[in-house]
Design a binder for this molecule. Structure first.
Ligand code: AMP
Length: 286
């Protein structure tokens, strides 16, 4: 029971870099050993297992790992009973139905009786069953987007992020099956037995994710304009107001959404703010 917690993460592919960045940003110190199977975290009771993205769920399901990071699409595909503890905000894409650019298909219902190639057969079956549409599912493990050109299928269900791979293959999306992003999943038995440790790791990760979305804003302003400035700052986190040595002047500190900054700065300035500083936040625990 006093074993170290084990976290399975992808060792290859597009989820590797953002996952490692997240763990490093969370303050975990470990050597990647060229991503050989296991890395020992030096400053926490955690071992990181590097496995194939597609195998992460199996490691967690079997209890070889207590926690895992993988794609939400893979969790949906596995019909996984594993609790998703947190969505991680990267690896965003959608599973979509696509057809050849020059085909007449406009809606997924029109694929009734047709062949649909996919590496996500369970999600595809579920999607068309819910529509009450019968399709023949052709399961491929990769290169799904070339299936129509090879005459293997009339349509596909595949992951899309920017849509450029679809366009390059002369395809267009006609419907979304599900949205996906990287997720943190837990083994249910480990979650029950080691809830406090798992929750501590989740809190660390959550603190990094919350900080990424926000900036710390500092400014000076005439006290008389406090109300006006407060009205501009999002209501969620109330600003700190500090009197300055200079009579009638205050400093205002606030945490704001990173995406709001560019719209906000000129308006704060117009409302009397000066010496505005925008600072990154390393971690934020609400
Ligand atoms: P990999 O095949 O190892 O690069 O990882 C694939 C995982 O990355 C998928 O299961 C998705 O969760 C995620 N992902 C994010 N964007 C895309 C995309 N455009 N195509 C494929 N996978 C994506």
């Amino acid at each position: 029971m006093n074993e170290r917690i084990r976290l399975a993460v992808p060792n290859k592919g597009r989820l590797v870099e953002p996952t490692l960045a997240l763990l490093h940003d969370a303050g975990l110190v470990f050597e990647e050993h060229h991503r050989s199977l296991i890395a020992r975290v030096q400053n926490y009771g955690l071992d990181i297992l590097f496995v194939r993205t597609a195998d992460v769920l199996e490691f967690v399901r079997d209890g070889v790992a207590d926690l895992g990071v993988t794609g939400g699409d893979l969790a949906a595909e596995a019909g996984s009973e594993l609790p998703v503890i947190r969505s991680l905000g990267y690896g965003r894409c959608r599973l979509a139905v696509a057809v050849p650019e020059d085909s007449a298909y406009g809606r997924p219902e029109e694929l009734a009786g047709a062949r649909v190639a996919t590496a996500h057969p369970a999600s595809t079956r579920r999607f068309f069953a819910e529509l009450g549409v019968d399709v023949e599912i052709i399961t491929l493990s990769g290169a799904v987007e070339v299936a129509p050109r090879l005459g293997l299928a009339e349509g596909i269900v595949d992951l899309v992020s920017t849509g450029s791979t679809l366009a390059m293959n002369g395809l267009r999306a006609i419907a979304d099956v599900l949205p996906s992003e990287a997720v943190l999943v837990a083994n249910p038995a480990a979650e029950a037995a080691r809830g406090a440790e798992i929750s501590a790791i989740d809190t660390m990760i959550g603190a990094v994710l919350a900080a990424r979305d926000r900036k710390y804003l500092m400014m000076n302003a005439p006290a008389a304009r406090l109300q006006e400035l407060e009205d501009l700052l999002p209501g969620l986190e109330s600003p700190s107001v500090i009197p300055l040595a200079h009579e009638g002047m205050i400093a205002i500190h606030a945490v704001v959404g990173a995406d709001d900054i560019w719209g906000l700065l000129p308006r704060l300035k117009a409302s009397g703010a000066s010496g505005i500083l925008v600072l990154p936040i390393e971690k934020l625990v609400p």
